[in-house]
Write a protein that binds this ligand. Structure first.
Ligand SMILES: Cc1cc2nc3c(=O)[nH]c(=O)nc-3n(C[C@H](O)[C@H](O)[C@H](O)COP(=O)(O)OP(=O)(O)OC[C@H]3O[C@@H](n4cnc5c(N)ncnc54)[C@H](O)[C@@H]3O)c2cc1C
Length: 438
């Protein structure tokens, strides 16, 4: 098993010329900085409105979290519906869940409308419970979905093997309207659409300073009426909102293709995208070509300050997976890769129009492709003035929300510890009492 992002491997042989870095100065109406899922969706929306748009990306489009991700497209990006319900009550929980679902719709509609080859597959979500606690978590999710009127199917331990080839789980909940995607191919496909429609896209172009309406890059500068930053790992010298974001590390591995018989044993009815109820959960799905993608992490590395690259963590994840699916014990794994997911203290994105520079928006800490898609699109529509009725999302995503452990504690106890405490609190206990514009 070698250290190599599989999605980069899938780009080999695909015609997707790199866009040159920005050299010199440029003046546009709209500048988007960062071409992950959020920035690409913002640029697409601005493009569709017929505006003069530039997009600068320090890597290649999709080259950071988006292009490392497992490509699960489910509204359950770290916060399950039951957790949103506890925290926000029914109306706002629905509001947030529907926003993530809209993110999925945006991605899938874009892939279809522009015929982007990105291994898009409809795959129902399957959340499986480990032990009695896991079974309760699955039931809580069923109750929440019933209460808010979302479809689902509950499987007991005895019923689960009809859809998943394991007898090791206490049950599970399945729900529709979810997809798997190769997000790097999607990002590169969106880049081609943007370029074909006149958006000026510059890869290998890092925004290193923001000076009034001008973003400086190593070889040039862009001046714009409106600037939308959708970047990851934001540095403090670029934005005062950098402190709102930290990262969580997860690991992925990809296997050699499964034979048809193993696919039928693993998913007796049809392929599903799965994850379990553990705090550091294991997740898996089939990619096109019947490869198995498995991901997970460890307590020591999830909030480590720096990226950890050893294969030890993913080997243990694969070991746990094999224990549940012994018939795959000898199946070979070929590549693994780690990734740092930007996150906030309560797992919801930070989206803000900078009050000191109202022409600048920040989209930070989106945990999940659907959230990123929604937030990028949301900000573009706000800038265009076409979504005034959705301004309440600024309240959900404000950088001023409160957390269990206050920020000053990070100076004493360190960001990793305080972030992990706040994350766990948001997931399992937090009840949000702030009023919003809903
Ligand atoms: C290993 C892994 C597995 C994951 N699996 C899933 C999954 O299955 N499903 C899911 O929904 N989510 C998953 N995620 C999370 C998901 O990938 C992210 O939440 C999502 O991609 C965030 O998108 P984004 O556009 O906000 O950020 P990013 O994709 O990080 O995009 C930000 C972009 O900004 C660029 N940038 C940063 N600074 C600058 C600068 N100064 N100038 C110019 N450009 C800059 C970066 O290069 C990057 O391309 C996973 C993440 C990882 C790492």
């Amino acid at each position: 098993m070698i250290l190599q992002d599989w999605w980069y491997t899938t780009l080999l042989g695909i015609k997707s010329p790199l866009q040159p870095p920005l050299r010199g100065t440029l003046r546009v109406e709209y500048l988007v900085v960062g071409a992950g899922m959020a920035g690409l969706m913002a640029a697409l929306r601005l493009m569709a409105a017929g505006r003069r748009v530039a997009l600068v990306e320090r890597n290649i489009c999709g080259g950071s979290s988006t292009g490392r991700s497992a490509g699960f497209l489910t509204p359950d990006s770290e916060l399950e519906l039951s957790q949103l319900l506890r925290r926000y009550g029914p109306d706002r929980a629905r509001d947030l869940w529907d926003a993530a679902a809209r993110g999925i719709a945006l991605i899938t509609e874009m892939a279809r409308a522009h015929d982007i080859a990105c291994d898009l597959q409809r795959q129902d979500s399957l959340f499986v419970g480990n032990g009695a606690r896991g079974w309760h978590a699955a039931q809580a999710e069923v109750d929440a979905r019933r209460r808010l009127g979302y479809p689902q199917t509950l499987y007991t331990a005895a019923e689960l093997p009809s859809i998943l080839g394991s007898t090791a789980y206490a049950g599970g909940i399945r729900y529709p309207d979810c997809y798997g995607i190769n997000a790097l191919q999607f990002a590169q496909g969106v880049k081609r659409v943007l370029v074909a429609n006149g958006v000026q896209v510059y890869e290998s172009t890092e925004a290193i300073a923001l000076d009034d309406h001008t973003v400086r890059t190593p070889l040039g500068a862009v001046t714009a009426e409106h600037i939308v930053f959708c970047i990851d790992k934001p540095p403090a010298q670029l934005t005062r909102y950098a402190a709102n974001v930290f990262h969580a590390q997860t690991f992925l591995a990809i296997s050699e293709p499964l034979g048809d018989a193993d696919v039928r044993r693993l998913f007796p009815q049809e392929p599903l995208q799965c994850w379990d109820s553990d705090l550091l959960y294991t997740y898996w799905r089939l990619t096109g070509g019947q490869r198995l993608l498995v991901g997970g992490g460890s307590a020591l590395t999830t909030f480590a300050l720096h990226a950890v690259r050893t294969p030890r963590v993913i080997r243990r994840v694969i070991g746990r997976f094999k224990a549940k699916f012994p018939f795959l014990a000898r199946h070979p794994w070929i590549q693994y890769w780690p990734g740092l997911i930007d996150t906030t203290r309560d797992l919801l994105p930070t989206v803000v129009r900078d009050p000191r520079m109202p022409w600048v928006h920040w989209v930070l800490g989106c945990v999940g492709l659907p959230w990123a898609a929604f937030c990028g699109d949301f900000v573009a529509r706000q800038v265009l003035g076409t979504a005034a009725d959705e301004a309440r999302y600024y309240d959900y995503f404000t950088p001023d929300r409160s957390f269990l452990v206050p920020l000053w504690a990070e100076r004493v106890a360190g960001k990793p510890l305080v972030f992990s405490l706040n994350n766990a609190w948001a997931k399992y206990y937090q009840v949000d009492r702030t009023t919003s514009r809903t």
